[in-house]
Design a binder for this molecule. Structure first.
Ligand code: B16
Ligand code: MG
Length: 216
């Protein structure tokens, strides 16, 4: 097999660089409670990497009431406003200093990008003090189809002027590992995504990434 050298690493944001799961959970829980729909952390875990509207559709699957598009958009706006008010409390201290150092070092040898389904990615990166660190930010604002469609990662590769086979995707969600595979990207799985058969590598910690990159 021809040896490939990666030129870039595309990082998912929520669940990889920082952890906003609890904020998503608290905001969706408040919405679900107000609609009388059962919702718990296990259900919240299934929403990882899934867009806001698709997350709502999955939550509403537990309801017998049917909602119009306009009502769903209003619910999503309410969820996002709750979520954004929680994000305001984030600071650079929400990123492991060792991860920040590793990103700085990686950035010297590789292009680094964000490939996130979130439409709040830039806001989050600003809050955690990483906005200027990445060469490209591809997020939920520039896609029509969310993960497992590869659009968000393809956009990141396009922004970097690279082909998928030159980029390694780092993901914590099954939908993200599938998206990487569907787009022709190798992937490194972290957290829950480690169980995905399609992952190229499995990491116990983000800090193992330089060793994985050095392997090729
Ligand atoms: P927003 P990622 C994803 O971010 C989250 O994992 C997922 O839970 C969320 O629903 C999605 O972003 C949309 O987020 O409501 O902020 O646009 O993991 O792809 O970085
Ligand atoms: Mg994620």
């Amino acid at each position: 097999m021809e040896a490939k050298i990666y030129k870039a690493v595309i990082f998912d944001l929520d669940g990889v660089i920082c952890h906003t799961d609890m904020f998503h959970y608290r905001a969706w829980k408040e919405i679900a409670d107000s609609l009388g729909i059962p919702f718990d952390e296990e259900k919240n875990n299934r929403l990882r990497g899934v867009s806001r509207m698709e997350s709502l559709e999955m939550i509403l699957a537990g309801s017998s009431v049917s909602y119009s598009r306009r009502e769903k958009e209003a619910i999503c706006a309410r969820k996002n406003s709750l979520y954004r008010s929680m994000l305001k409390s984030m600071t650079p201290a929400d990123v492991d200093p060792a991860v920040r150092r590793m990103l700085e070092e990686l950035g010297a040898d590789y292009r680094i990008a964000i490939g996130s389904s979130s439409r709040n990615a830039t806001f989050i990166l600003e809050k955690i003090g990483l906005l200027d660190m990445f060469d490209a930010i591809s997020d939920g604002n520039n896609i029509k189809r969310s993960k497992p469609d590869p659009e968000v990662f393809r956009n990141a590769a396009d922004m970097l002027g690279l082909s998928p086979y030159e980029c390694l995707v780092v993901e914590d969600a099954e939908s993200g590992i599938e998206a990487a595979g569907n787009g022709g990207f190798d992937s490194a799985a972290i957290g829950d995504a480690k169980g995905c058969a399609r992952a190229t590598y499995r990491l116990d910690s983000l800090l193992e990434l330089p060793a994985v990159l050095g392997r090729r």
